[in-house]
Design a protein around this ligand. Structure first.
Ligand SMILES: [Zn+2]
Length: 432
């Protein structure tokens, strides 16, 4: 089923017309109400009247995370405070949080795109959704919540943490859908086994996972351990929260709801727009949000766009699963390394669990990479020779995919710290 066929299956010309109309209106509102945007456009010698079509987006200025921080907390709002009905904030690792505001129309729009997303994953009013994303200033919990209610599903707003209670609610309330970070989904799967819960008591059918990059190999692992079909939901609070794009049943990338959020891929160094199919930094312009629209916001996520027809019938542009963020990328001995590359190696091996950590140090001016890998309970052995065999295979596979060698350390089953939200995959001692 498709929640909004008119928008999700529109022909390109129609989509183009909608986008152009919205972009023109949005630039006008930004110019009139936000000094930051007015100044940026003036610097480029532009006025709202110059914008006639969405094709001119590529000539407009970018917005970055530091622009959001510089205008903290409400400097980029285009509406009066009386029209703002909610504020979310994402905690940055450094400095001030990133603040976003919503009018009632924005909240309705958010519920609409999440309803489209959940429907794309086959979720309907007969489902019970356990929302194990954090509720609070983080957009995950409340974002999925409103969309789930809109499709008429039953929502269990349990938020993160308290794994025992998660499992109790999951079994007693017959949850059919789990929504959380992929790393927490993997942890819940393991906990089901550990607690000795009868798999027949688990009614889960579908998982809606996001808020951290994850590989297709990780998907297979989670699908196996929870006996479900897993879907990637993508979003970031600056754009709206979860529901910016979503994977359909074809699992061939995420459909972007481009009638509201226009994606572009740019070269992060030259800032030129790249053609479809080429990898670069994802940029979004939110064309229908009222309280805090964003013009060409640089997400730092790395991906590609595709416009070929999808078997699901939707015509919306697709983005590949994000490889990582430009700021996730590690440069080790001059080589670009993404944690997702290591994850894809580990998840293809049956002996490893979905828990790993990359530790980077600088010793005598040389970067060293150490990878801690947790061994699956079934494959933990007292035989040093067996473990050494596993270690050597990881070593070879990692080296062939990264192009640099790493020190592989195997750790015992269940010994790594479990995350209830986003997993901490990287410890970079070079920054200390
Ligand atoms: Zn599709």
């Amino acid at each position: 089923m498709i929640w909004n066929p008119e928008k999700e299956c529109a022909d390109r010309q129609q989509m183009h017309a909608w986008q152009s109309k919205q972009v023109i209106e949005m630039i006008q509102r930004m110019y009139e109400n936000v000094p930051f945007y007015r100044n940026r456009l003036k610097e480029k010698g532009m006025e709202p009247g110059d914008i006639k079509s969405v094709n001119q987006l590529k000539d407009l200025p970018f917005t970055t995370k530091s622009d959001l921080r510089d205008n903290y907390p409400f400097g980029l709002f285009t509406v009066h405070q009386t029209d703002v009905v909610r504020i979310h904030a994402s905690s940055g690792t450094t400095g001030k949080p990133t603040v976003v505001g919503y009018t009632q129309k924005d909240i309705d729009l958010w519920a609409e795109v999440v309803a489209r997303s959940l429907t794309m994953a086959g979720i309907h009013n007969g489902d019970t959704i356990q929302v194990a994303y954090g509720y609070g200033p983080f957009t995950g919990g409340l974002g999925v919540h409103y969309g789930a209610e809109k499709v008429g599903a039953t929502v269990i707003p349990i938020s993160t943490g308290n794994t025992k209670k998660q499992l109790q609610f999951m079994t007693d309330f017959n949850a059919t859908v789990l929504a959380c970070t992929p790393s927490y989904a993997a942890h819940l799967g393991e906990s089901i086994l550990k607690e000795g819960i009868d798999p027949a008591d688990i009614k889960l059918r579908t998982g809606v996972f996001g808020a951290e990059p994850w590989t297709n190999e990780m998907r297979k692992e989670i699908e196996k351990i929870l006996n479900i079909q897993a879907f990637d939901i993508y979003g970031l609070s600056e754009v709206i929260g979860p529901g910016v794009s979503m994977e359909c049943e074809c699992h061939c990338g995420n459909h972007v709801f481009e009638d509201h959020f226009i994606p572009e891929i740019i070269d992060p160094d030259t800032l030129e727009v790249l053609p479809d199919g080429e990898q670069g930094e994802l940029v979004f312009t939110t064309i229908s949000k009222e309280a805090m629209p964003l013009l060409r916001y640089r997400t730092r996520d790395l991906t590609r766009l595709h416009r070929e027809k999808c078997d699901c019938g939707r015509t919306l542009v697709r983005m590949d699963k994000c490889l990582g963020r430009t700021d996730d990328m590690l440069i080790i001995r001059g080589v670009n390394v993404f944690p997702s590359q290591v994850e894809s190696v580990l998840m293809e091996m049956t002996e490893t669990s979905p828990h790993y950590q990359l530790i980077i140090r600088r010793e005598n001016n040389l970067d060293t990479l150490e990878i801690h890998v947790e061994i699956d309970e079934k494959n933990w052995s007292d035989s040093i020779r067996e473990l050494e065999g596993i270690r050597r295979r990881i070593d070879q596979n990692v080296k062939s995919i990264l192009g640099i060698s790493a020190l592989i350390k195997l750790v015992e089953p269940n010994s790594m710290e479990r995350s209830e939200g986003k997993a901490k995959r990287i410890i970079d001692h070079r920054k200390c």
